[in-house]
Design a protein around this ligand. Structure first.
Ligand code: ADP
Ligand code: MG
Length: 258
């Protein structure tokens, strides 16, 4: 057991303290073969507090998606540790990792991935039904209310706008009460008004439902919905900004020459 592992396990076990929702400790991810490797992530240590909304920004290829995939257990780091709550996930076997993703993590991707033959309501609870879990009706109702889909639940995806489909996907991500929701460019395929609706939903989920959200975006306006912005460059965390405004994020990016 490494020193950092010992420390974090002790911290996690200290009475009266709850661990952050997720942490990466010295995470490095290399792609490629021995003679030609790319360090998509280079010794990244970062923590995501519960009930907080974090945006991850950075130039194309800076490692944003890779970091999200490591945190979400969709891929394994070359070295380092990733904790979800107090569970170290990089050492889990594939089956346990799949279960953990299903039970404790929510995802929103750029493409909505809704099943076309099912209604919005059916899509929202589908992952839970597949897992054999009974959706908490009150919780699902509060999500549906927050996401503003009340009148659309009986519609199939083709009868919904892109923005409404993405809000169904967001409701689906939250339906199982995940400890953390990861979103990779969730507004990338939306017009600005639909994007604002989705971001408003994520913000409300954090403020009113205590949800933890980590979102990759390249849009300063989207990042301004978050409590904190992490800036990645060349696989490292270059900087972070608290209580970001769109102007401040844009200024920062301009100064980088990005
Ligand atoms: P971002 O999301 O910030 O655009 P990524 O995390 O997708 O960046 O990629 C970071 C770096 O890792 C890039 O140089 C990319 O080409 C490389 N990379 C990402 N995924 C793979 C992969 N599956 N195989 C090889 N290289 C990859
Ligand atoms: Mg990406």
């Amino acid at each position: 057991m490494t020193l950092s592992n010992t420390l974090t396990r002790q911290q996690a076990a200290t009475p009266g303290t709850t661990p952050p929702a997720a942490r990466a400790i010295s995470v490095t991810k290399r792609y490629g073969t021995a003679d030609a490797t790319v360090a998509a992530l280079d010794d990244v240590t970062v923590s995501f507090g519960r009930g907080r909304f974090t945006a991850i920004m950075g130039p194309s290829g800076s490692g944003k998606s890779t970091l999200l995939h490591m945190l979400a257990g969709l891929d394994r780091p070359t070295s380092g540790e990733v904790f979800l709550g107090d569970t170290e996930i990089t050492s889990l076997r594939d089956k346990r990792l799949t279960q953990l993703r299903r039970d404790r993590i929510g995802f929103i991707f750029q493409s909505f991935n809704l099943l076309p033959t099912m209604t919005a309501a059916e899509n929202i609870v589908l992952p839970m039904r597949i897992a054999g879990r009974k959706p908490d009706a009150d919780w699902v109702a509060s999500i549906v209310e927050t996401v503003g889909l009340g009148g659309r639940l009986g519609h199939r995806p083709a009868q919904l706008s892109g923005g409404q489909q993405q809000r169904v996907a967001a409701a689906r991500a939250l339906a199982s009460r995940p400890e953390i929701v990861f979103a990779d460019e969730p507004t990338g395929a939306l017009d600005s008004r639909s994007g604002a609706e989705l971001l408003g939903f994520l913000r409300t989920a954090v403020d009113q439902l205590g949800q933890t959200v980590v979102m990759v975006t390249h849009d300063p306006t989207a990042a301004a919905y978050a409590d904190r912005v992490l800036f990645l460059a060349d696989g490292r965390i270059a900087d972070e900004m608290q209580a970001p405004s769109a102007e401040a994020v844009l200024d920062y990016m301009k100064n980088l020459g990005a």
